[in-house]
Design a protein around this ligand. Structure first.
Ligand SMILES: NC(=O)c1ccc[n+]([C@@H]2O[C@H](COP(=O)([O-])OP(=O)(O)OC[C@H]3O[C@@H](n4cnc5c(N)ncnc54)[C@H](OP(=O)(O)O)[C@@H]3O)[C@@H](O)[C@H]2O)c1
Length: 338
């Protein structure tokens, strides 16, 4: 089968950083689906795993943690899927990724793709959706249906992949949603997805919130830079408020005042925890994708794909990584077809 892989960890402008390879088609284990991958999306995790270092892989390493495709074969213990089903998933960062014509994925991490969108649009969703849903509704203490009613939520990094679905999930759950964006096109994107208001993360947050009438905020999802906004977030959160984090800080975080005095709930999300440690509740990721697929089909959520590169090959994946590393992508960048 065709695949895109690396053996060395090189800057993305090096043509050897991601290369086209031929690999044997894998055989499903007991809980696996063998999926014929039709479309993939890229995420910052791809560029972080690929980041330059001296390490060399003996075997080609395939990246890619978002896919949509068709089930080709199933393992003996798989329930709920049949060959021919259209599926979407993020999968498991500890297994070979989706940048290959065929991929194995544990069926418990997989959802049926929404029927109302094509597989390229479906591939944009899984990793960011699982991240936003787990953070807001499972790590932070908010119910996915009406848990935001009467509450304000600031989403830092609203136009990114995670922010683009978080805005929609939060709005649907009843929050008053304030997103951050720094450019005309990202401001428009956030408002179009349902943010009630947008402020600029390049300027101090508290005065902008005050100008909108918010002296304090009930919850913050910091989807961009944990350290940079730590002090400002502590300042704007209400007593007993909540902050959700997904970006690893480079240094230590100080949980003194105002976090201590205000008793702020600090919630960390790592979307690969369930697959990586095969937690007893790992099937929750499949359930989240089924639920979100139904909400897309019901018109309550919309897709976040903004650009598509065709076909899936090393040159286009290098271009996708390059764009992602700029930190300026809006929504999700997808690659489709072989
Ligand atoms: N822990 C987990 O499970 C998990 C899961 C998914 C992602 N992540 C991490 O979360 C981060 C976001 O992921 P993503 O996929 O949403 O990224 P992304 O799509 O690359 O985000 C791009 C957006 O970030 C905004 N941005 C750039 N610098 C910013 C800053 N200093 N402050 C606020 N916003 C900024 C930009 O908006 P403007 O152009 O308007 O400035 C841009 O639209 C990444 O570091 C990723 O690795 C972690």
């Amino acid at each position: 089968m065709k695949a895109v892989a690396l053996t060395r960890y090189l800057p993305i402008d090096d043509p050897q950083s991601l290369i086209d390879v031929e690999l044997p088609t894998p055989v499903p284990g007991e809980h696996d689906l063998l999926v014929r991958v039709e479309a993939v999306s890229v995420n910052p995790v791809d560029t972080k795993v690929r980041s330059p270092k001296p390490q060399v892989e003996a075997q080609p390493k395939v990246l890619g943690y978002d896919a949509a495709g068709t089930v080709e074969a199933i393992g003996g213990s798989v329930a709920g899927f049949r060959p021919g089903d259209r599926v979407y998933y993020a999968g498991d960062v500890t297994r070979p990724g989706s940048n290959a014509e065929y991929q194995l994925v544990d069926a418990r991490l997989v959802g049926h793709a929404p029927k109302s969108i094509d597989l390229a649009a479906a591939a944009a969703l899984p990793l960011t959706t699982i991240t936003a849903w787990e953070l807001l509704f499972q790590r932070m203490p908010f119910d996915s249906e009406r848990g935001g009613a009467g509450k304000s939520l600031l989403i830092i990094g609203g136009a990114g992949g995670v922010g683009s679905i978080a805005i929609q999930l939060a709005r649907r759950a009843g929050f008053g949603v304030i997103a951050t964006a720094s450019r005309k096109e990202t401001i428009d994107w956030c408002l179009g997805l349902g943010a009630h208001q947008v402020i600029d993360h390049r300027d101090p947050l508290a005065p902008q919130l005050a100008a909108l009438g918010f002296e304090q905020i009930d919850a913050v999802m910091n989807l961009a830079d944990t350290e940079h906004y730590w002090e400002a977030v502590g300042g704007i959160l209400a007593p007993q408020g909540h902050v959700g984090l997904i970006v690893e800080p480079e240094g230590a975080l100080k949980i003194g005042d105002p976090y201590k005095a205000k008793c702020i709930g600090i919630h960390w999300e790592m979307m690969f925890t369930r697959p990586r440690f095969k937690t007893a509740d790992q099937a929750e990721q499949g359930r989240i994708l089924e639920r979100v697929g139904a909400l897309i089909d019901a018109g309550e959520l919309r897709g976040t794909q903004t650009e598509t590169l065709v076909p899936i090959n090393a040159a286009n994946l290098r271009e996708a990584h390059r764009r992602l590393e700029s930190g300026k992508t809006i929504g999700k960048l997808v690659l489709a077809g072989w």
